[in-house]
Design a binder for this molecule. Structure first.
Ligand code: F3S
Length: 395
């Protein structure tokens, strides 16, 4: 791999041990994947934040690093709402470790508003063709597919290394040829809202880590594409998808329909809504969570509208980023008037606070896929309206 003189000096340790380690990780990845050089990236989004997932070893590794991020960099959700962790039932020991992790990242100049939807944040503008080093799978899928930016699905250490060096290795989804669709997915009936999460949940299992192009009826919204990508990345390992006539790469490149094809039937989508509803494993829902990925302002508005004038009878979390919540205090107040909780900095999957429940109702294909394995809690899938009806006991 070609390195500039400066990069070689960094690799030799001339600018300190942290930068040496960071560039070593990037060069090793570049060598493995056949990159020709390092390229500048506009921003980094770093996973590996929750104490639940990285533990003491992760905390120690981050604490040992020194230096400052050279580009805007932000964190993925942590294991708790950094302000209201006691209300969530988080233990003091966990909270202390989580605070230490956040402080260690802050020392490295990383923005510590923790979210998987950095594209909603001010000062984190991301446009078509921008090269990035993002790591959370739904954020990667959104950046590549909906925005038309370019990022691989970075691991936490490689995203952090990219933040410190300001560069990443030029391979994978940074290259035109890796972005071409290799299979088509046809949905020959109208879908809307949470159906997109169900579609991603079903299709991701077949697609795996390939790049699909969808042929859909109708024009999905940004939030619907966010749900689709999150589920594709969770039930499969999709980091980039196209939608004919909708997503920016598909509009510009006018791809031909790939030979390999997948047809999704209506029954497959309807079956997702039946998950966990009947049979021996069926359980009563004892928690409802919305906001996987973190809610957009429009989603907060729609939840506030559905909860207006109602009181919830079950635990319900609405997950979003602190920045979005702070920008829309009226929406937060409207939602919380019902007894629902607007939870920031964290989510239903990476927080240990959900482990104590038995059955979680979600409107997200990604949460449906991850909640059982990551939290040991059964999951059930429903539309946002059905989730609210369940929360207010109106079924
Ligand atoms: Fe975000 Fe957590 Fe879902 S990180 S995509 S809300 S699992």
């Amino acid at each position: 791999m070609y390195l500039t003189k400066e990069e070689e000096k960094t690799l030799e340790g001339e600018y300190g041990e942290t930068l040496r380690k960071a560039i070593e990780i990037l060069v090793a990845l570049g060598d493995i994947y056949g990159a020709d050089s390092l390229i500048p990236v506009k921003s980094a989004q770093i996973a590996g934040v929750s104490y639940k997932t990285i533990g003491d070893a992760g905390l120690e590794w981050i604490s040992d690093l020194k230096g400052k991020a050279r580009i805007p960099a932000i964190l993925n959700p942590a294991g708790m709402d950094m302000m209201r962790w006691k209300e969530m039932g988080i233990e003091a020991h966990f909270a202390k470790k989580q605070q230490d992790i956040i402080a260690a990242y802050e020392n490295l100049g990383i923005r510590t508003k923790c979210t998987c939807t950095p594209y909603y944040l001010e000062g984190f503008d991301t446009g078509y063709g921008d090269h990035l080093a993002w790591s959370e799978s739904s954020a990667v899928c959104y950046a590549n597919s909906v925005i038309g930016a370019r990022t691989n699905r970075e691991g936490g250490p490689s995203a952090l290394s990219a933040a410190l060096v300001g560069k990443t290795a030029n391979y994978g989804y940074h290259l035109d040829e890796m972005r071409e669709p290799v299979m088509s997915v046809t949905v020959d009936f109208e879908i809307s809202g949470s159906d997109y999460g169900a579609l991603g949940y079903v299709a991701g299992k077949v697609i795996g880590n390939r790049v699909p192009i969808f042929y859909l009826k109708g024009q999905p919204s940004g939030d619907e594409m966010k749900s689709l990508g999150a589920a594709l990345a969770a039930s499969g390992a999709v980091a980039l998808y196209h939608i004919e006539g909708v997503t920016p790469d598909a509009i510009r490149s006018k791809y031909e329909r790939p030979d390999e094809s997948l047809m999704i039937e209506k029954e497959q989508i309807l079956e997702v809504y039946e998950t966990g509803k009947s049979g021996e494993s069926s359980l009563d829902t004892d928690i409802i969570t919305l906001g996987c990925p973190h809610c957009s302002p429009a989603e907060l508005e729609s939840i506030a509208g559905l909860l207006a004038g109602k009181k919830v009878a079950k635990e319900i979390w609405v997950c979003t980023s602190r920045e979005v919540a702070e920008r829309y205090p009226d929406l937060v107040e409207g939602i919380e008037k019902s007894g629902a909780k607007v939870v920031c900095d964290t989510c239903m999957v990476v927080s240990p606070a959900t482990n104590n429940y038995r059955c979680m109702m979600v409107n997200s294909g990604k949460a449906l896929a991850y909640v059982p394995s990551m939290c040991g809690v059964a999951s059930r899938f429903a539309s946002i309206e059905e989730c609210i009806r369940e929360a207010v006991n109106d079924n």
